[in-house]
Design a protein around this ligand. Structure first.
Ligand SMILES: [Zn+2]
Length: 43
């Protein structure tokens, strides 16, 4: 069995689907793959 830590370590870094930047803060999956900048409600 793989430990939880190993599992997350093997995950690829998420990138914003709009600007392609690495996402510093991972959000819940329901937000999709968009960074804080692109996810700004004013846009
Ligand atoms: Zn972005």
């Amino acid at each position: 069995m793989i430990s939880v830590i190993e599992f997350f370590r093997n995950l690829p870094k998420k990138k914003c689907s709009q600007c392609g930047e690495d996402m510093v803060h991972e959000k819940a999956d329901c937000y999709g793959n968009i960074c804080d900048e692109c996810d700004h409600p004013a846009r």
